[in-house]
Design a protein around this ligand. Structure first.
Ligand SMILES: Nc1ncnc2c1ncn2[C@@H]1O[C@H](COP(=O)(O)OP(=O)(O)O)[C@@H](O)[C@H]1O
Ligand SMILES: [Mg+2]
Length: 246
């Protein structure tokens, strides 16, 4: 089974500033991989460069059977169609209703889809994130947790094979955060999707992650199973897993 995502010697940053000096890792199919590290270490930068939203300085990325020179090749639309992204901010379009936000990827990637089918797909995705009741609301009428769930419904609109989530449970209450974890696990079962998730939440990591990628000063400090991460004797990793304040 081929790897849905493999990153090789990725170098990236902003202007002359290098944030990620040499990142390599590979994900297995159906794997939930948590990207860990202190705030500002480059987790979002890694995601944005994999997605081609920032122009990487060097490296190679293999994503859904497509080879890309990082910073040079764009992720083809045919590949984008097979991925979903939940940004750190949620990134819902504020002038569009929840329905129209979730319908966006369908309208863009499958423009010939009949309106009735779009309605059915949107309703089923909103149902799966327990947000059907808010289908006609505007983002400004939603709480933080509801925005995240709506953004997740949009990210899974086209049944992605590969899903990226940047701190989906940050700022959510523990109950909402737990239900988001359960949702991600059930999506993995239903869609057999692979998930790359940035998160600080220890409970969440312990509940959903198969493997971790721990970053430090632009490099990979540890690439291991969750179990090996929890038992690691690397000081930074121990500190991360034993801290009491989140
Ligand atoms: N758009 C940007 N322009 C310049 N520097 C940035 C930008 N985004 C992030 N950075 C810097 O890059 C580093 C990594 O940021 P980020 O990837 O957002 O960290 P994390 O997601 O791990 O908290 C930080 O020092 C941050 O200040
Ligand atoms: Mg971030």
């Amino acid at each position: 089974m081929s790897s849905p995502l493999s990153v090789s010697h990725l170098k990236a940053g902003y202007g002359k500033k290098v944030v990620l000096s040499d990142i390599s890792f590979e994900m297995g199919k159906g794997e939930i991989r948590a990207i860990l590290g202190t705030s500002g270490c480059g987790k979002s930068t890694l995601l944005n460069n994999i997605l081609g939203l920032e122009k990487a300085m060097a490296g190679e990325i293999d994503i859904l059977e497509t080879h890309l020179r990082a910073g040079k090749d764009l992720v083809p639309i045919s590949v984008q169609k097979r991925m979903g992204v939940l940004f750190q901010s949620g990134a819902l379009l504020s002038s569009l209703s929840v329905f129209q936000n979730v319908a966006l990827p369908i309208r863009f990637h499958k423009p010939n889809t009949p309106e009735k089918t779009i309605r059915e797909i949107v309703a089923s995705r909103l149902e799966s994130v327990n947000m059907l009741h808010a289908i006609d609301k505007l983002p400004s009428e939603l709480s933080g947790g509801m925005k995240k769930r709506a953004a997740l419904a949009r990210a899974i609109a086209l049944d992605p094979e590969l899903l990226f989530c940047d701190e989906p449970s940050a700022g959510l209450d523990p109950v909402t955060s737990r239900s988001l974890d359960e949702l991600l696990l059930s999506l993995r079962e239903r869609l057999k999707l692979s998930l790359l998730i940035v998160t600080h939440e220890l409970d969440s990591i312990k509940t959903i992650a198969d493997r971790i990628l721990f970053l430090k000063t632009g490099d990979v400090l540890l690439d291991s199973t969750l179990k090996d991460g929890l038992e690691s004797n690397i000081a930074e990793v121990q500190e991360f897993f034993t801290r009491t304040v989140k």
